[in-house]
Design a protein around this ligand. Sequence first.
Ligand SMILES: *Cc1c(COP(=O)(O)O)cnc(C)c1O
Length: 386
Amino acid sequence: MAVRPLLMIPGPIEVSPEVIEAFSGPPPGHVSPPVIEAFGSSLEMMRDVWCADNAAQPFVVAGSGTTAMDMAAYNMIEPGEVALVINTGYFGDRAAEMLRRRGATVHEVVSELGQIPTADDIEAAITQHQPVLVWAPHVDTSTGARVDAKVVCEAANRHGVLTVFDGICATAAEEFRMADWGADVYLTASQKAIGLPPGLALVVVSERAMAKRSSLNVPPPMSLDFHQWLPIMTAYEERRPSYFATPATSLIMALSVALKQTLDHGMDATFARHQQVADAFRAAFHNMGLEMLAGPGVEANTLSAVKYPAGVDAAMTKEVAKRGAIIAGGLHPKLKTTYFRVGHMGYSAFQNDWLLRTLVAVQGGLEACGHKSDSSVLDKFQDAIA
Ligand SMILES: *Cc1c(COP(=O)(O)O)cnc(C)c1O
């Protein structure tokens, strides 16, 4: 039997055997003691994974990352207010459209694809537009560029403006210190670096951001409303059963396992490991004669977006899959056909044999398409991830 190819795209990702064990089996009820315990402990652990303080409020709701984005859009602003989106790609476009649908007036700081706006650009846009909210994708999965979230927080906080960070391709992998940096909303989805199947929207909200929700005149739709969910989260954290809308119970069993695995590594070690693995991939791609889409110094540590070399096109990803690793093509509509993406986040980032298998498959796929590189690339990579 052929070996199952590794899923090395920027989400969904491979998950740990312990996580698979935790979500397998008959679905438990939402007020069963194991679910109450897993839910309550997950909320507690989210504060630590997000590097948030005790006053921050975690939410776990069934949905995708886009659901988490809608929760932020509907609770943090209301019709007629001004939002500023730091738009570094596909998911910045999505955020801007969402905020418009909420009725906000949306201004954007747009950077060239693969680049990020400078601190001065951000400061100037805040001064000019006086938004109530600044929204930034932490990593834009369409370009593999990461904004400097700390710099965005500093600029926003100088002006008393709320911040939302879309961490869907970053949370639990890229350094993010919600409390120290004074961020207001940091959101993600279960199928990215957190390391679960798709299905959970995960959001942590500052005290100041909860106060913003309280001040809204136009409430969010019920299923997205922080106020609707707050008593439910409080109940589970106090280990009491509760019900508003049925949670994804099997996934919540797995969430407590995945968060515990991350905290057992420690957040500093987890951030450092993603940096190490990403550095190793970037060096390997460079040694193969390839170029990253994201500019130097702003490349994400959760995925690599890599330009096809001359003469190679999207057919290459199929050749890679034949060799045991599923990677992704381009995502941004303007550049889609010019680059490929390799995810290296979460559980996979700790599996040296999988990382090597992935690089071997990429090298073989490129060679099948006429772009040959040296086997010393693999030796160097092995040393770099060890
Ligand atoms: C994956 C992703 C999303 C969308 O998440 P879904 O779960 O597909 O709804 C949004 N933003 C970023 C940065 C992402 O990587």
